[in-house]
Design a protein around this ligand. Structure first.
Ligand code: MTE
Ligand code: MO
Length: 376
C-alpha cells in the first residue's frame, strides 16, 4: 500500500505539468538557437538574392555553427526526457475534446517526428554517417521548417498551462516528496544534457579540447596538425595537383585573363592572416595562412570593381567549387593560401593552393584550386 502510493507520487512528479513545462522551455530555447544558426548556415551556403554573407567578424560562422551543433546535442537528453515524461498523455480519454484540441494533437506528429529526425540526422552527419536515402542538407533544412512551424503551434496551445504551472503559486501545494522527486529528475536530465555538450564542444571551443571525449574530431589531429575531411586520394586529385604543369586560370569578366604557375604565385606579394576553418559539422581550427590576396590577383587581371568569383578545383565532387561574393572577394584577408603555419600547404589541405577567407563555412574553403571565374 505504501509502496503503491510512493510510486504513484514519483510518477506524478516526473510526469506532471511542471516538468513538461520546464523541459519544454529548455527545449524551446535550444531549438530556437539551433534553428536560427541553422538558417544562417543555409543562407551562407545557398544565398538568395537578398542575402550577402559578410566577411566580418571573421570568426562569426565558427560561433554560429558551433552553437548549432552544441544546442542540437544538448537537446537530445531534453527531448528524450520530455517524450518519456509526456507520452502517457497520448492515451488520455477522450482522445479529442474539440477542434483546436484535435489540431494541437495533430501538430504533435510533425513536432515529435521532425525533432527526432533532425537530431538523429544531425548527429549522423557530424559522424559522417549517411544512412538515410536522401541528401542530408536539403532534408535537414526542410524538416527544420516543418518542425519549427509545429513548435509554434505547440507553444501557442501550451502557453496557458506553462504559465499556470510555472507561476509561484502553482508549486506550493505539492508535498515535499513530490518536489524532491521532480527536482532530482530535472537535475539528472540537465546534467545529462550538460555533460553530453561539454564532451563534444571541445571540437570547436579550444579550452575544452581535452574534454572532447565524444567529439568526432580532435581539431589538433590530422595532416599538419588539423583534420582533413576529404583527402586528396579520395577526391582523386593527386596526379593533377602534383603535376608541374598545374596552372591557376583567372577567366571571365577580366581585362586580362591569367594563367599562373605555382612559381608565379610564390613570386607575388605574400599576405598573412589568421583565420578559422569552421566545418559545418561543428569542429574548427584557427591557423595562420599565407598566400596571395584574392583582391590583388583580381586587380592584376583587371577585374571590375564589385566583382564576385566562382572558384573551381581539380576535383569533380559537389564540394569541389564555391562562390565568393563581392564583399568577401574585396576583403584583404580572402586568400589563395600557399602556406599554413610555417609550411607549404600539404596535398590533403589543398596543395598547390586552397581558398581561405573570413567568415566562410568550411565547405566553401575550396582546396586544390584550378580556376577562378570572375563574374561582373
Ligand atoms: N575541393 C574541395 N575542397 C574542400 C572540400 C572538398 O571536398 N573538396 N571539403 C571542404 C570541407 S567540408 C571542409 S570542412 C574543409 C576541410 O579542410 P581541411 O581538409 O583542409 O581540413 O575543406 C573544404 N574544401
Ligand atoms: Mo566541412
Amino acid at each position: 500500500m505504501i509502496a503503491d502510493t510512493r510510486s504513484r507520487i514519483e510518477d506524478d512528479a516526473r510526469r506532471g505539468e511542471r516538468v513538461a513545462a520546464i523541459l519544454g522551455l529548455a527545449l524551446g530555447m535550444s531549438f530556437t538557437v539551433c534553428f536560427a544558426t541553422g538558417v544562417y548556415s543555409h543562407l551562407a551556403q545557398h544565398p538568395p538574392g537578398w542575402f550577402t554573407l559578410s566577411a566580418r567578424p571573421a570568426g562569426l560562422y565558427r560561433v554560429t555553427q558551433g552553437l548549432h551543433v552544441a544546442t542540437g546535442i544538448a537537446a537530445i537528453p531534453l527531448l528524450l526526457a520530455k517524450l518519456w515524461s509526456v507520452y502517457p498523455k497520448l492515451f488520455q480519454r477522450p482522445p479529442v475534446r474539440s477542434i483546436p484540441h484535435a489540431l494541437e494533437r495533430l501538430s504533435l506528429l510533425p513536432l515529435v517526428g521532425g525533432s527526432l529526425f533532425l537530431l538523429f540526422s544531425g548527429v549522423a552527419n557530424i559522424e559522417l554517417w549517411y544512412p538515410l536515402p536522401f541528401f542530408f542538407p536539403t532534408a535537414h533544412y526542410w524538416v527544420a521548417w516543418l518542425t519549427i512551424g509545429a513548435l509554434v503551434v505547440h507553444i501557442g496551445a501550451k502557453l496557458p498551462a506553462v504559465r499556470r504551472s510555472l507561476s509561484p503559486a502553482g508549486i506550493d501545494d505539492d508535498p515535499p516528496a513530490v518536489r524532491n522527486d521532480r527536482r532530482r529528475f530535472l537535475l539528472s536530465v540537465g546534467a545529462a544534457s550538460g555533460i553530453l555538450t561539454v564532451l563534444t564542444v571541445g571540437q570547436t571551443v579550444r579550452p575544452l579540447r581535452r574534454l572532447g571525449l565524444l567529439a568526432p574530431r580532435d581539431p589538433d589531429v590530422g595532416t599538419q596538425g588539423f583534420p582533413v575531411n576529404n583527402a586528396a586520394i579520395e577526391a582523386g586529385v593527386v596526379d593533377a595537383a602534383t603535376d608541374p604543369g598545374w596552372r591557376l586560370r583567372v577567366v571571365g569578366a577580366v581585362a586580362q585573363p591569367l594563367e599562373l604557375s605555382l612559381a608565379d604565385l610564390q613570386a607575388m606579394p605574400q599576405h598573412e592572416s589568421t583565420l578559422p576553418l569552421s566545418c559545418v559539422e561543428g569542429w574548427s581550427v584557427s591557423k595562420r595562412w599565407g598566400g596571395v590576396s584574392l583582391r590583388a590577383l583580381l586587380a592584376l587581371a583587371g577585374a571590375p570593381e564589385g566583382a564576385s568569383v566562382h572558384v573551381r578545383s581539380l576535383g569533380r565532387g559537389l564540394f569541389d567549387q564555391s562562390d565568393i561574393n563581392s564583399v568577401q572577394a574585396a576583403d584583404r584577408d580572402t586568400l589563395l593560401a600557399l602556406r599554413v603555419g610555417d609550411e607549404p600547404i600539404a596535398l590533403d589541405h589543398g596543395f598547390p593552393i586552397r581558398l581561405i577567407g573570413p567568415n566562410r563555412p568550411g565547405v566553401m574553403q575550396t582546396k586544390w584550386l584550378s580556376e577562378l571565374e570572375v563574374v561582373a
